[in-house]
Design a protein around this ligand. Structure first.
Ligand SMILES: Nc1nc2c(ncn2[C@@H]2O[C@H](COP(=O)(O)OP(=O)(O)OP(=O)(O)O)[C@@H](O)[C@H]2O)c(=O)[nH]1
Ligand SMILES: [Mg+2]
Length: 302
């Protein structure tokens, strides 16, 4: 049997660059919510990739990699934002390797902030230039040139998180740098976070999809009840918003909107759980919840 590499890899970068899209591609399951809006990810999402002997990836190693998809690095405006940025910091210290994901563009404020953080880390850092399917090659070369001068990256890897271009190379290189170890999780396990957390993420993603610009970042999801029966899982969840006036937007005419959100979320959850799901959604205004976001997490810890 070949040598086994095991470790944690944090994926960091500015909002909207494609971190969650990459996590999902790597683990082959929609674990993290993705959307065209910045700051979609609010809590670190953990996904596990197991590479058994003789896997499609050309590597002398077997491996088990836990990827930490983190919230986008931004200037926080409230307690929620502060917590998000703190979580990114924390994940740096939990990781054996860092993927810093950037656009094929020159550095901006978010990149300069990240550059400061990584001055003190001792783990290897890969620069992933994402979205190469969408940008001209010249942009990629300019970005490489500007980032190369700024930091001693172990690897530069241009990728497309969407099409998967170069992702195999990325996995091969990652295995090279991770420490030796034994598998921690069963080979088919995709995450070590609890099911409620993932369910909450799946519902929240649909809020972003169905509410478009109407409800920018004020929505959250709380799981109130989660009962697994033999044939069906029954879930009650509340969409938490800031203001009463937003209720009409979430619920929609004759309840159409919340029904659409619920149906789409249910399909994702059923696929994820491999089981039939009954999902009931409520909507509630909790003014100022972003100043005390902790109450949302309580429900995810069971
Ligand atoms: N064309 C193209 N689109 C991409 C690629 N990667 C991500 N996207 C799109 O970019 C948008 C943002 O992707 P996310 O994965 O949600 O970005 P994120 O970095 O996790 O964003 P936050 O969670 O807000 O920090 C989505 O609409 C993705 O479909 C890529 O490689 N190519
Ligand atoms: Mg994300």
């Amino acid at each position: 049997m070949s040598e086994t590499k095991v470790g944690h890899v944090a994926i960091i970068g500015r909002p909207n660059v494609g971190k969650s899209t990459l996590l999902n591609y790597l683990v082959g399951e929609k674990l993290a919510g993705t959307s065209a809006k910045p700051q979609t990810t609010r809590d670190v999402v953990r996904g596990i990739l197991t590479i058994p002997d003789g896997a499609v990836v050309q590597s002398p190693y077997r491996g088990q990699i836990v990827f930490l998809d983190t919230p986008g690095v931004h200037q926080p405006k409230d307690a929620l934002g502060e917590g998000m940025v703190r979580d990114v910091h924390q994940s740096l210290s939990d990781a054996d390797l860092l993927f810093w994901m950037v656009y094929p563009k020159a550095m901006g404020d978010a990149e300069r902030a990240i550059l400061k953080w990584i001055q003190d880390v001792s783990i290897p850092v890969f620069l992933l230039v994402n979205q190469i399917d969408r940008f001209p090659k010249d942009d990629l070369l300019l970005a490489l040139d500007s980032f190369q001068k700024a930091y001693a990256f172990k690897e530069f890897i241009p990728i497309s998180a969407k099409t998967g271009e170069n992702v195999k190379t990325l996995i091969q290189q990652t295995l090279e740098y991770l420490p030796q170890g034994e598998f921690i999780y069963p080979e088919d396990q995709l995450s070590d976070q609890n099911v409620r957390f993932h369910v909450q993420e799946m519902i929240r993603e649909k809020l972003y999809h169905f509410l478009g610009e109407e409800l920018p970042y004020d929505g959250a999801v709380r799981i109130d009840d989660f009962k697994e029966e033999e044939r069906i899982t029954r879930i009650h969840a509340t969409i938490v918003i800031e203001r009463d006036s937003q209720k009409a937007i979430v619920i929609g005419k004759g309840g159409e909107k919340i029904k659409q959100i619920g149906m789409a979320a249910r399909l994702d959850i059923e696929r994820f759980l491999g089981k039939k799901v009954f999902l009931e959604l409520w909507c509630k205004a909790v003014p100022g919840w972003k100043s005390h976001p902790g109450f949302l997490r309580e429900s995810q810890q069971h």
